[in-house]
Design a protein. Structure first.
Length: 251
């Protein structure tokens, strides 16, 4: 059997398993073997699976979870020397979240499990995006722009604003008014908003407040909002301002 046929069988089996077990709202990460079809050094079939998965090739998703395949973290395990190949694998179409060498994990598995646990915390908060009514339109807008989503995925390595999550309720309520108001003011002054901001300003503010009412709070959710309302070239500036606002409030 040709490699392409074998890969298709494996791919369809994984897709069916996800569908049958309804893993769209519970899966924290996908651990992927880069040498998916063989132990031969030249085999990189796992990366081909990832590219197909990210591009929704033959993957049917429920309407509520459209683009779920672009958000779920994929962690690679491989026999390849990480120092030599990590940069190549991380740049492969489909974006990996992390790469681990199999022997390194066998000898010291703590880093691997810490990474998976961090992604579990991240996805636990991210899944709320699929349920919150006021966030549906925002998420849909982000998902329609693949280039924008890929940019946000890279930034989303900053997982948790833990200091906000640990605030008492009174201080967090103050922050939830201060932060969106100041951020909206900054974005307006710097022409960072997309068109029709008057129609989305309240949604932007309500979405931020909902995020800060959830635990854990992940930066991915904030950047999803940026992707829906902020011009892509202005996103780094708005992110810098957001970090500044958090720092100033906490200090």
């Amino acid at each position: 059997m040709q490699h392409s046929d074998r890969l298709k069988i494996i791919q369809n089996s994984i897709y069916n398993y996800i569908k049958i077990n309804n893993l769209y709202s519970t899966l924290s990460a996908i651990v992927l073997d880069i040498n998916l079809l063989s132990d031969f050094p030249q085999d990189k079939s796992g990366l081909l699976f990832m590219e197909n998965f990210r591009n929704s090739n033959e993957l049917e998703l429920p309407e509520q979870y459209k683009q779920w395949n672009k958000i779920i973290p994929i962690v690679a395990l491989t026999k390849y020397p990480i120092g030599k190949y990590r940069s190549e694998f991380m740049k492969y179409p489909g974006y990996l979240a992390q790469v681990f060498n199999k022997d390194d994990v066998i000898n010291n598995h703590s880093d691997f499990f810490d990474t998976i646990n961090n992604f579990h915390e991240q996805m636990s908060a991210t899944y709320s995006l699929f349920y919150a009514p006021e966030l549906k339109d925002i998420l849909r807008q982000v998902n329609q722009n693949t280039k924008q989503l890929e940019e946000l995925e890279q930034i989303s390595k900053l997982l948790l604003w833990s200091n906000i999550a640990l605030m008492d309720i009174e201080k967090r309520n103050i922050f939830m008014n201060y932060f969106p108001n100041e951020l909206i003011k900054y974005a307006k002054e710097n022409d960072a908003f997309m068109d029709n901001i008057e129609n989305s300003e309240n949604s932007f503010k309500n979405a931020i407040q909902k995020i800060f009412n959830s635990t854990p709070i992940t930066i991915l959710e904030i950047f999803s909002l940026f992707g829906a309302t902020i011009n892509i070239d202005k996103i780094p500036d708005v992110i810098a301002k957001a970090n500044e606002l958090v720092y100033n409030f906490l200090n």
